[in-house]
Ligand binder design. Structure first.
Ligand code: ATP
Ligand code: MG
Length: 409
């Protein structure tokens, strides 16, 4: 049996990037031989094993053929006769279809090295079209390597468009899609992911609510960039620049969806877009079975981001309602993430990227003021049940009035 490093490990070494996980391909071996060597089988369907010591993935060289819709619709053929070249041709991109032996000798039948130098994400063969997930993968790699100057080869983008328009993307499971989307959002240039999906018409299929924002104008006084789609991408870019977590990035992507629903005769104003957007945010959340913390923050940011921007003008009672909605007493982290998303929204505007955002500290101070109301003295005064709740609220309101007054002098 011969063993080669493949995929990301080879690509990233040639790019001079740190290699984190290594994938291996094994040529000329049978499942029985692997098991005899102590490798542990991973799944029933794939001829993939885990190394007994390193835990790294070793896959038997295989060919694939499409036999139906979706990911289940694949037949695999793994046997000792399958060559390295046959295994590499089923891979998505030429830069991911190189192999390396233990002497660092490169096997590169599809010219991955040439495309690395040309900074091109190019599909290996027409079989690319057999798995629609590759559309998302290419967009994710585009986001990851944009900083190095990589772009999607025009013929690959054309193939991605064909896939998007064929309806195949709809066969993707929420789990597979979300895995790519979440990883892409965590890249350095997540906005490139959205741009590439849009360029190949996949955005219209996957997230029509986001796609609809392009071409929708906003008031130039607040939004010098005008276009809502452009704004959304800038907000996402700011979130990456400021190393925000996935929850915040997801909320940034979805915060203005309501603006896509504004009737044209109301443009460029977007009355109540915060509330109108909620059902769209919910739909996207559910479509990809998004983790609960991401879902929640996206909905809260969607509903309250304008409150965040207007924090200094809010009446104490409105401020209190905001803090209560976030349950800042039990969920302090979530409120911090809300503040971060609002700040990214404020900075994701043309020419305003460096602006200061005094609302952030003001909101933090308000939260501290509301939290400073102690419950024990009220209990001692004999309050209980709903009355206790009302009294705590009154005290918090008092604290916020004092806070607001102190802040304005
Ligand atoms: P990363 O750095 O994100 O791990 P990677 O290239 O190693 O990047 P993996 O998802 O670990 O990506 O997959 C390893 C290799 O398997 C890829 O480089 C590619 O050759 C191949 N591969 C993975 N998924 C697909 C797919 N859906 N279609 C075609 N080839 C794929
Ligand atoms: Mg990998």
């Amino acid at each position: 049996m011969r063993i080669y490093k493949v995929g990301g490990a080879v690509r990233d070494r040639l790019l001079g990037k740190p290699v984190t996980d290594i994938d291996w391909v094994v040529v000329g071996a049978t499942t029985e031989e692997m098991l005899a060597k102590g490798f542990r089988p991973v799944g029933a369907d794939f001829p993939v094993f885990l190394h007994p010591k390193s835990g790294e993935e070793y896959a038997l060289a295989r060919t694939e053929r499409k036999s139906g819709r979706g990911y289940g619709g694949f037949t695999f053929h793994a046997s000792p006769e399958v060559t390295l070249e046959e295994d590499l041709i089923r891979r998505d991109l030429t830069i991911n279809a190189m192999a390396e032996d233990d002497q660092q000798n490169l096997t590169d039948p599809y010219h991955g090295q040439r495309d690395l130098e040309a900074r091109l994400l190019r599909h290996v063969s027409p079989a690319f079209a057999e798995d629609p997930l590759r559309v998302l993968r290419v967009a994710r790699f585009a986001a990851r390597y944009a900083t190095l100057g990589f772009t999607v080869a025009p013929e690959t983008l054309a193939l991605m468009r064909q896939l998007s328009e064929s309806g195949e993307l709809e066969a993707l499971t929420p789990e597979r899609s979300w895995k790519e989307i979440s990883r892409a959002l965590l890249e350095d240039q997540p906005q490139v992911f959205v741009e590439v999906l849009r360029a190949c018409s996949a955005l219209k299929v996957l997230m029509p609510e986001v796609d609809a924002l392009f071409g929708v104008p906003q008031p130039p006084a607040h939004h010098p960039e005008i276009d809502t789609g452009v704004h959304t991408l800038s907000v996402l870019q700011q979130a990456a620049l400021h190393k925000q977590p996935l929850t915040v990035r997801w909320a940034c992507l979805l915060h203005d969806l309501g603006k896509g629903l504004t009737p044209e005769n109301e443009w460029p104003r977007h009355i109540a877009h915060e509330f109108k957007g909620l059902k769209l945010i919910k739909a996207v959340n559910e479509r990809f079975k998004v983790p609960k913390d991401c879902q929640e923050l996206a909905l809260l940011v969607g509903e309250y981001h304008t409150h965040g921007h207007r924090a200094l003008e809010l009446k104490p009672s409105t401020l209190l309602e905001l803090l209560q909605s976030f349950d800042i007493y039990r969920r302090p982290q979530r409120f911090e993430e809300f503040i971060a998303a609002c700040e990214m929204d404020a900075r994701g505007r043309k020419g305003l990227e460096e602006r200061s955002y005094p609302q952030a500290d003001y909101l933090r101070g308000a939260a501290t003021a509301a939290r400073s109301v102690a419950v024990q003295p009220l209990l001692e005064k004999g309050f209980k049940g709903p009355e206790l709740g009302e009294e705590i609220k009154r005290e918090r309101l008092k604290a916020l009035k004092a806070y607001k007054e102190a802040a304005s002098t």
